[in-house]
Design a binder for this molecule. Structure first.
Ligand code: 5GP
Length: 201
């Protein structure tokens, strides 16, 4: 049996990554989600071990030193990282794993695990991205400008990803990602055993 896919999805803040991933998980119930470790505080109803493993900065740094964090990044002053063991275990059992990482995080993971499938989620336009950021109603004009500047820098890294998907409609973006995953399963290296078995008949 071949390993499950490791699929890392990134995109600028406000692009709707969380919503697309939630839709995708609904469409692909057998798909697993990598639970990250973070040093940020839980928000609202978030529970340890569900949305994230919530740890102190010191505990996080210890996990890095122990080699338990395969990639990590800092976002708004907090650490976020992918724990190694669960990722290897799930993929080794043939389960597809979805990751929601910063742009730098996806690229770092690909460096470590070349087979990682990286997907960049784009907004339909910068104007629409600004609308989505403003629509949240929680951020000042100045902060929205800052996030737009950051978004442009991140979009400049899109050519380093394997795939680019535009989030025009959540349903369509999720379907496109599901189609990418289906195609990735058909790659020769994942089907080599099947071919060998046929040839041995
Ligand atoms: P939030 O605090 O809104 O849950 O997440 C903030 C950002 O951290 C999101 O862009 C998310 O993709 C990113 N993130 C979450 N977990 C990880 C991780 O393990 N590694 C990296 N590099 N980024 C992460």
């Amino acid at each position: 049996m071949s390993n499950g896919l490791i699929v890392s999805i990134s995109g600028p803040s406000g692009v709707g990554k969380g919503t697309v991933i939630a839709k995708l998980r609904e469409m692909l119930p057998d798909c697993r989600h990598s639970i990250s470790v973070t040093s940020r505080d839980p928000r609202g109803e978030e529970k340890d071990g569900v949305e994230y493993y919530f740890r102190t900065r010191e505990e996080f740094e210890r996990l890095i030193a122990e080699g338990e964090i395969i990639e990590y990044d800092q976002y708004v002053g907090n650490y976020y990282g992918t724990p190694l063991t669960p990722l290897i275990t799930m993929s080794g059992k043939g389960q597809d794993v979805l990751l929601d990482l910063t742009v730098a995080g996806s690229l770092a993971l690909k460096e470590k695990f070349e087979e990682t499938v990286t997907i960049f989620l784009l907004p339909p336009s910068l104007k629409e991205l600004r609308n989505r950021l403003t629509g949240r109603g929680t951020e000042s004009e100045e902060l929205v400008d800052k996030r737009m500047g950051q978004a442009k820098k991140e979009i400049a890294d899109a050519p380093k990803f394997d795939y680019v998907v535009t989030n025009d409609s959540v349903e369509q973006a999720a379907e496109e990602i599901a189609a990418i995953m289906l195609a990735e399963h058909g790659r020769f290296k994942r089907r080599s055993e099947t071919v060998e078995k046929l040839l041995a008949e």
